[in-house]
Every structure is written in C-alpha cells, then in structure tokens.
Design a protein around this ligand. Sequence first.
Ligand code: WTA
Length: 663
Amino acid sequence: MSPSQTDNKATPGAGPIEVPQGLYRKHPSEPHITGISHYRSLYSESIQHPDFFWSRFARQLLDWDKEFRTARSGSLANGDTAWFLEGRLNASYNCVDRHAINTPSKPAIIYVEDADGQTRVITYSELLRSVCKLSYVLRDMGVAKGHTVSIYMPMVPEALIAMLACARIGAVHSVVFAGFSAEALQGRILDAGCKLIITSDEARRAGKPISMKTVVDQALKFCPGVTGCLVFKRTGLTPTSWISPRDRWWHEEVEKWPGYMPPEDLPAEHPLFLLYTSGSTGKPKGLVHTTAGYLLGAAASTKYVFDLHEQDVFFCAGDIGWITGHTYLCYGPLLLGSTTIVCEGTPTFPSPFRYWNIIEKHQVTHFYTAPTVLRLLKKAGSEPSPNQVSKLRVLGSIGEPIAPEVWLWYYESVGKKEAHIVDTYFQTETGCHALAPLAGVTSTKPGCASVPFFGVDPVIIDPISGTEIVSCNQEGYLAFRQPWPSMARSVWGDHTRFIKTYFNQYKGYYLTGDGAYRDSEGDYWICGRIDDVINVSGHRLSTAELEAALLEHPAVSEAAVVGVSDEMTGQALSCFVSIKDGHKDDSTLNKTAISYIRKAIGGFATPKYFIVVSDIPKTRSGKIMRRILRKIFEGEKENFGDVSTLINPASIQTVIEEVETFR
Ligand code: WTA
C-alpha cells in the first residue's frame, strides 16, 4: 500500500517546525523532559525494560495503599496483560485527597456555564467534600464495590464528581455521552448491568434547555436492574417526571451525609470504568479500564506530552462522554493536582470568540480540542488577540486527522507561533496518548502524530503478508508490539470479542484499526481507519450500527453507509438505501429513515446524504462493497479495482447514474 487515503500530508517542502521559543519564555520553570535525547533515553528504557520503567513511574506518579511487587504479567498474544499486581490504591484519593491535603484552596475545577453564564470555582478541599458526600449517597442507594453505575450528564462539575465518587467506593462508572438517544443509553445500561443511573433534569446548550431526565425515563422503561436514579438539578426550569422511590434529587441526598468518607483501597486491576465505543461489527463494546494502569497512563501522558505543571490551567474542550474527556479533562489534570476547566455548551455561542475569552479570563496554559472545532472557528474568522493567549504554551489536537492548513492556522492565528502544537493520537482502547509530540521537546510537522509515547512500540504491518514493514513512507496497518499499562483489559462481558477484535488477526500485536506510515525521520502519520468505522467530527460511528438502524424502517430493503470527506466534519455520513417492493421513495422517506438513526443512536449521527438506489453492489457472500460506493460518491466512474466477486456488477453503473441524479 502507498500512503494513498492520507488527507493529512505535510505541505510539500515544509520542514519540521521547532519548539516555539515563546513556550520557554512563558514557562514557569522548564519542561519536564529536558530535550530530545532525554526523551529518547526514557523511551528506549520504556521499551527495553518496561517493567522497571513503569514501576518507577508508578511509584512517582501515584500514591499506593499497598506496594505492588509484580510489575506486569500476561502477554499481548494472549490478551491478558495485568499490571502492578498485589498493589492497592484508590483513584479518587489520587485525584483529590492528596491535593486537598497539600493545596486545599487551589482550584481543582473551574466551571464555565453555557452561554458564559456563571463561573464556579471548586477547590480541592471542596471537591473532596462533594465526592465524599456523593459516595455516601451512592452507598445509600445500594451501590457497592464492583457494581456498575451509568452516568448520563451534561458538562457540569457534577459529572466529574460522580465519576470520582464511583471510584471512591470501587463502583465502576460507565459514562454515556449525553448526545446518545434513549435507545442507545438503554443498550449500554443493559449491557453493563447498571444498578444506578446519575443524570440531570436538563442540560443547557447554546442558551437552550435540553431534556435529559425524560430520555433517561424512556431508557429505563426496560431496565429492571436499575433500582435508583439520582438527578442533579441543572436548570430546574421544567417540571420533571418523578418515579418514587427510584428517583432522588442529588441536592437533597448529599445534604444528609458527612463531608468525609475514607476511600476504599482497591486492587490495581480493579475495573475503574467502562466506556462504550463502536467497532466494525456488532453492538458497541464496553471497554474495561482498570485502576492503576489507566491512572498511570493518564498521569504520565498529561505530564509529559502536555508538559503540564502544577500551577497550569488545562482547558480540554472535549466531552466527558468520550475517552478524551475521561483522561484529559478529569483524571489526568486532577492526578497532577492542576486546574481543569469544565466548559458547558458550544464553541460558538454566544460568540465564536467564546473559547478565547475563557482562555484569557482563566489564564489557560493548555488548550485541547478536535480539528472539527478548529475548522468551525477558522471558518467563522475567530482569532484571539495576542493578549488573550499570552499564557498559552500548548495547543493540543485530538480525535481525527488535522489538515496542514488547519494545523498552521492553529499555530499562527491561535498560538501566535508561541505555543507548541501537539497532534495527539490515541483511542478509547489505548486509554492515553499512543503517538504524540512532546510539548517543549519534539519538533513538529503539520498533520503528523510524531513519535510514540513511553511504552508504545509501534509497527506498520503489511496487511497481506502480516509482516512488519520496515521501509519508510509505506502505508500499512498500525499495530503495537508491546503491552502498556493504560491499555483496555477487556470488553465487558465478552473477553473473547476483545481477543478477536484486537489480538487475533496478527498474533503478538495489538491492532489499532488505523492505517499509518512512518516517514524517513521515523515520525508516524495516521491515514484513517482501515475498518468500517467512520469518524464524524471526531465521533466514532459504526457502519454496522447505522445500517441496522436504517433496516428497521419498513420501506428499507438494503442499506449501506459510507464516510465521505467533508470540509467541516472531516467525514460525513452518506446513506445508500434500496427500497422494498411495494414501497416508494416519496419526499418523506429521507426524513423518516434518518429519524431511525437519530432514535437508535442520537442526533450527532445524523447523515448528511441520503441516496435511494435500485441495487447496492455486493459480493456473492452478501458483503456490501462500501469501498465502491465511496468511490462513486467521490466521482469515480471506472477504476473500481477487482469487481469479479460481485453478484451484481451492473449495479455499479446504475448507482453512478443515481448518484448523478441525486447531485
Ligand atoms: C482517530 C479518540 C488522526 C483514529 C481519542 C482512532 C486520530 C480513533 C487521531 C479513536 C489523530 C484519534 N489523528 N486520527 N491525532 N486521534 N484519531 O476511541 O481513527 O473515540 O482510531 O478516541 O480516532 O477514536 P476514539
């Protein structure tokens, strides 16, 4: 394979961009990693002596109730890696108590309300009190160690408090992104076997209230295992339906309990959380992350990739419902005792200057967002003044490839060439950064994910031979050759699926699902998914789930969904649908079929294109040829590669004509 699908190549002739001098000028002291040779020696130690390396870091970055003796057991080939056996610790103690003891009045969380209403500052000692009170409430509502708790919350500090309270008592949190529909939430609650759900009455987005509790009520109709629903009053604007004794108000319950509860000491491998993510096939997978390994990855990557220091203010604009929010909004910054911003609402309301105003007001040093947001702000002509970003040292990008022109805009117009851009690559599965430049250390190239993080041993696999590609600039499958502490340990309730998805295709490797290549300087470039996962605005969507939703519609006979390039969202969904005999393509089909997707997944998965075709190209075994459909959509008329296995080769020509009519 050549680097073909790559849409994130560097501008020809553009050389690496050195660490901007402004970073050093603004720095409170000096970067944790003193230079590229320091990185190289630590990295090589992390690969050659991972047990020794990570044991040292685990002792430096985490507080333990009981020391571990064994650094690591298991292997990638068997998909059974475990870290820091015998050790015991508590995540909420590490994120909250130890800082509440040392720096009680330091802001842990700065909450910026939607539409820039109120700002609320929560210090570490206040955070400890809130987490403890909620821990009592959870226990009172029947939650015990090992139980799963669903969290369906807007971007408010209480979402983080809920996560930390679960962690304090050893309950396993399963945060579900607030954009998911009742049906999607229900599926996740049932799969995780949740005992309790924590939600809010409403959310606020761009000045408008959005109902949350009614979605939960609908989801809970068929969840007999859920015995409690704790409701945080975010707006109090609309009367909330109430089912007693299941439903309880957060503010009434926390009043009843003291402000301190000792944390449970938990085994290192105790599950900390589940996070559902979409794959190529089947229903979403609840990836299981365990306590010590995950926390170590979160702390180490936040410290070294972002070069975060204690006095820094970290603004991650991602949502708590995704891994970025877990690792870099909640756990990472709090583990390091710095300050994290919780920003409710959208980037453009009340104005597209909102983020720059927040950065200025709260003296933000680190800003982290997805390219989709950057494209939106760039298009809106929104740029900060130099004064607004005078404290900014690091600008992170995450979730999707960042095109060089967007990268350069971020660097020049936002960072004023004084902040270091870190294009970070990771996944729900990896828990923390896998490839990324190190702020203050690594020179960068626009659109390049740069170098592996400690402990990550990347290889590019030739998909045909299954062997490692050693030459440069040759695209293949990105895989990792060695286990690292923060990797997911399993798929909840289905360990066989975990092994099959990630470890069986190429024995001895973890397969990421992304294509990539390594350039002549050893830097890694991500080329997009190699499977049927589509990335819309940084949200990971599965063609299988989207198609299953469309097939529920009584008029839909066959459905194929493909990701097509989109200027604003990176990829957009394009649906190809054929209709059952006896039904017709009237003007409402498009809307009603799409409403099935919104119902099954959520509004954020709304397709952009909906094309009715008479036949969908597929193989004799019934496999839909999405590759061909994507090419047709992109305007290709002839070069479709090998079509000899198609059962209906004539369908290609008809789809070409139907797409032309659609345009
Ligand atoms: C994609 C999000 C290009 C990739 C943190 C990966 C990226 C998927 C980058 C994981 C990047 C993430 N450049 N693509 N810097 N970062 N991706 O699990 O396809 O929601 O496999 O985690 O996002 O999505 P997930």
